[in-house]
Write a protein that binds this ligand. Structure first.
Ligand SMILES: Nc1nc2c(c(=O)[nH]1)N[C@H]1C(S)=C(S)[C@@H](COP(=O)(O)OP(=O)(O)OC[C@H]3O[C@@H](n4cnc5c(=O)[nH]c(N)nc54)[C@H](O)[C@@H]3O)O[C@H]1N2
Ligand SMILES: Nc1nc2c(c(=O)[nH]1)N[C@H]1C(S)=C(S)[C@@H](COP(=O)(O)OP(=O)(O)OC[C@H]3O[C@@H](n4cnc5c(=O)[nH]c(N)nc54)[C@H](O)[C@@H]3O)O[C@H]1N2
Ligand SMILES: [Mo]
Length: 761
């Protein structure tokens, strides 16, 4: 292992999973956890005929465990099942200006929203209104606005059915402005994989994890963000598969775990070691590492050829790819010294990882935000793909590229039309089905929507879930510009900061959660979602809703559409809102290859696979082949080293789901009771002349003359490579410049922000 951990830093000594994960749930939901209703709901989570977790997008296996949920999935469900209510009385007691000073945790702690509310500017309060009033007001406003100036945002939770209708509504209205949380997340994947292999999502399926020989991990934190995946990793390791991890932070979940499903291990405390090698790469050092790994593969192939063997799959490269020669030349030319300098890893460490790759017949490549959220995120992913292509690891059982997606239906929302890029949507088919002329010009993605808001070109924002203002970069400037919007509409389950900065006309519309029954029909709500491995699952919500005023997301979207659009006999909004099976028929008609027999297959155990051309070695790229890309840079950060400049990683704690803060424990990293911290290595503490526990300010070092700073951060010694610091998202989002994003996809570069540390004087 390289960079063995430092004893002076905060640490967590236990494994992931185990009793700690059960305690993690009880600590937060102590009072609500034991209710029979909550346990009953959790026992149906992620099983065929049950409801699909609202937390991460990891797949739901056909052969499920008794409790097919994890610590963080349980937190997400209990968060939705809470008995607390955020009622009109609460809003009567607090002005909006006052609530803006509350923190994220306290806002969401008020519980589920219960009534439709509208902004009363004179009183500076939200006041209750009827649904009819709300829809009429929104429709009247939208009719008066230029559709090209209206933004339809979606956070990746809403079902396939709601998402399909939401995108259809936006296009009937006249715009492709459909940014999605994916634009801040795996957009690098959507753009990058599409360019290099012609499929915008991962190529692996669940079965591949049972036969692969090696799994490489770059920048994905399984223990916190997709814990159910730990079981599959544990099973893989037990049958001899080797896991190699590259991550600046020693994430406990990837080191060792105890399955809470395994009584013997729980009692004995016997943990499984997951990664056989763990390399603490410097943030943004992955292109260099990957070139080093490819260098090792070439060297191994050179040596093998002397005995008439080969390591590189030359037949695959010749038949299926373009660009290998240029890439090979670059790899041979790059010096180990350069690789070591950029990655902060030794040649020996990278060669040790390379040896695992060379020995493995079948390798799966996993990655997450540690690769996507960089200025050269595209090159991160393309170089990773090069490594896999060299040994023909794409389109082969037991191998493949597997980005781990974020929100539970974020991948599916893209599949059914929530996309600002019109070329990704079968517009001709929509035109035919609904007899209209869909807009053909490109819409705004998240960064472009923010630019439009700053320039005054956006007039309205509709949010289908999420906490846009807290999740985006350049938070302060955008909050300042936001009140210039004419209309803001937020469809949500809980109150968050994004609801407290409003347009001139604003409404806050409370919706059902996924576990709840639909009140419109009085029947269980059946919806569907797509997981990270492209399998589609039905989900049934049976619980009594948090309030009798709640509407399903699909009904809310349909009613806004009805209030806005002219009559069209083909648009049967009321029927669709009552019967989601009809919407699945529309999805099937729009995407006949991927959603064949959708309604018949919706409850297939383990989901039904919607297919992936690259898995079949059909390359829907510009060249018609898989494309090797030769990266021009070694570092993905997009900025140079300078005296005092540090690279900031913004991280998620184990007690949060994005901007939702469940609690103040990041137990797998040993950080308790605080989030306003600056994580920094003891070496860097000394180098900067800091004292452990002192409060410092971080200032963005972007050289654009804009003052961005966040103060009150406690210096905490943490095991990190030199030259970088860490801290929590969303608190540190004001530091991220809007222009600091992946060049190809505009995914914000949240994992390497140039900053300086300022001491209080
Ligand atoms: N409990 C919980 N589950 C979640 C979420 C949540 O907030 N909480 N969020 C959901 C969403 S929307 C998403 S997108 C996913 C996010 O899940 P992940 O993709 O795991 O995202 P992060 O936790 O932001 O960061 C991933 C890892 O990248 C590492 N890293 C940072 N910079 C670099 C780098 O330059 N190189 C490498 N190799 N590694 C780096 C970090 O140390 C961290 O371990 O999780 C989803 N699931
Ligand atoms: N600095 C930094 N910034 C980041 C990231 C990072 O790693 N670092 N990660 C980025 C990533 S990967 C993402 S995906 C974005 C997340 O951005 P978003 O998806 O916009 O944010 P969330 O925090 O997931 O949204 C939480 C809110 O969603 C609402 N909600 C919850 N459940 C439901 C539901 O069922 N229906 C509806 N209608 N509403 C619901 C609740 O009101 C809750 O307050 O943030 C991005 N921002
Ligand atoms: Mo995400």
């Amino acid at each position: 292992m390289s960079n063995t951990s430092d004893k002076e830093t905060v640490q967590y000594d236990g494994p992931a999973g185990g009793w700690g994960s059960l305690r993690g749930i009880s600590r937060i939901f102590g009072a609500e956890w034991p209710t029979p209703g909550a346990l009953e709901t959790l026992s149906r989570q992620n099983k065929p005929g049950g409801f699909m977790c609202v937390s991460c997008a990891w797949t739901k296996p056909a052969k499920y465990h008794t409790f097919e949920f994890c610590e963080n999935g349980a937190k997400a469900t209990l968060w939705e099942l809470t008995t607390r209510r955020c009622t009109p009385d609460f809003f009567a007691d607090h002005t909006i200006t006052e609530l803006r000073d509350w923190n994220d945790y306290d806002l969401e702690q008020q519980g589920r929203l219960t009534h439709p509310m509208r902004l009363d500017r004179a009183q500076d309060k939200y006041v209750p209104c009827s649904w009819e009033e709300a829809f009429a007001a929104i429709g009247a406003e939208l009719k008066a606005l230029d559709p090209k100036s209206v933004v339809f945002y979606a956070s990746g939770r809403a079902s396939l059915e709601t998402s399909y209708l939401y995108a259809l509504f936006a296009r009937l209205y006249g715009t492709n402005n459909l940014p999605d949380s994916s634009n801040m997340c795996h957009e690098t994947t959507s753009v990058g994989l599409k360019k290099v292999i012609g499929a915008s999502v991962g190529t692996s399926v669940f079965e591949d994890f049972s036969t692969c020989d090696a799994i490489f991990f770059f920048g994905q934190n399984t223990g916190t963000n997709s814990p159910r995946f730990l079981h599959d990793l544990q099973a893989a390791v037990k049958r001899g598969c080797r896991i190699v991890t590259f991550n600046p932070v020693r994430e406990r979940g990837l080191e060792r775990m105890i399955s809470p499903q395994d009584p013997v291990a729980m009692v004995s405390g016997h943990a499984t070691e997951l990664s056989c090698q763990y390399h603490q790469v410097k943030p943004g050092g992955d292109i260099a590492v990957l070139l080093g790994l490819c260098k090792h593969v070439l060297a191994a192939d050179d040596a093998a050829q002397a005995d008439n063997r080969q390591v590189i799959d030359r037949a695959f490269i010749a038949e299926h790819t373009v660009g290998f020669e240029a890439f090979e030349a670059r790899v041979r030319q790059v010096e180990w010294a350069e690789i070591e300098a950029v990655s902060c890893l030794t040649r020996a460490a990278i060669e040790a990882a390379g040896a695992v790759y060379v020995e493995a017949d079948k390798t799966i490549g996993i990655y997450g935000m540690g690769l996507t959220q960089h200025v050269h995120g595209f090159e991160n992913i393309a170089t990773y793909m090069n490594l896999l292509l060299m040994k023909g690891n794409i389109g082969r059982k037991g191998a493949g590229m597997s980005p781990v997606r974020g929100h539970s239906n974020v991948q599916g929302q893209r599949t059914v039309g929530i996309a600002e890029k019109p070329e990704l949507v079968p517009l001709d088919r929509l035109a035919e089905l609904f007899d209209f002329k869909p807009p053909r010009e490109k819409g705004m993605n998240t960064v472009e929507a923010c630019e439009g808001i700053l320039k005054g070109e956006v007039t309205a924002f509709i949010g289908l879930g999420g906490n846009f203002l807290r999740a985006i970069p350049e938070q302060r400037a955008i909050e300042e510009a936001w009140p210039r919007l004419r209309l803001t509409v937020q469809i949500a389950t809980k109150l968050n900061r994004g609801h407290l900065i409003n347009g001139e006309v604003a409404s806050l519309l409370p919706c059902l959660g996924r576990s709840e029954m639909d009140l419109l029909t009085g029947k269980p709500q059946v919806v569907s979602m797509e997981d990270s491995l492209s399998s589609v699952h039905g989900s049934v919500g049976k619980r009594k809703p948090a309030s009798d005023q709640l509407k399903s997301e699909i009904e809310i979207v349909s009613r806004i559409a009805q209030a806005t659009l002219p009559e069209n006999p083909k648009m049967m909004w009321s029927r669709w809102a009552r019967d989601t099976a009809l919407v699945r028929d529309l999805i099937e008609q729009t995407y006949p290859d991927q959603f064949k027999d959708f309604n018949a297959r919706i409850f297939t155990p383990g989901g039904f696979y919607r297919g992936n051309s690259a898995r079949e070695r059909q390359w829907k790229t510009e060249s018609g082949k898989a494309e090797f890309v030769t990266p021009e840079m070694l570092s993905a950060t997009g900025f140079d080293a300078a005296p005092g400049r540090m690279s900031l990683i913004t991280m998620r704690s184990n007690d949060q789901f994005n901007t939702t803060i469940y609690g103040y424990s990041d137990r797998l990293r040993g950080i308790e009771g605080k989030r306003d911290v600056l994580l920094i290595s003891p070496r860097e503490i000394e180098r900067h002349g800091l004292t452990v526990g002192e409060q410092v300010t971080l200032i963005t070092d972007a050289g654009d003359g804009i003052d961005r700073r966040v103060g009150g951060l406690e210096v905490l010694p943490f095991d990190l490579p030199d030259g970088c610091v860490g801290g929590y998202y969303p608190e540190l989002n004001p530091l991220v410049p809007l222009s600091h994003h992946d060049r190809a996809s505009k995914t914000p570069a949240y994992k390497s922000v140039p900053v300086r540390i300022e001491r209080a004087v």
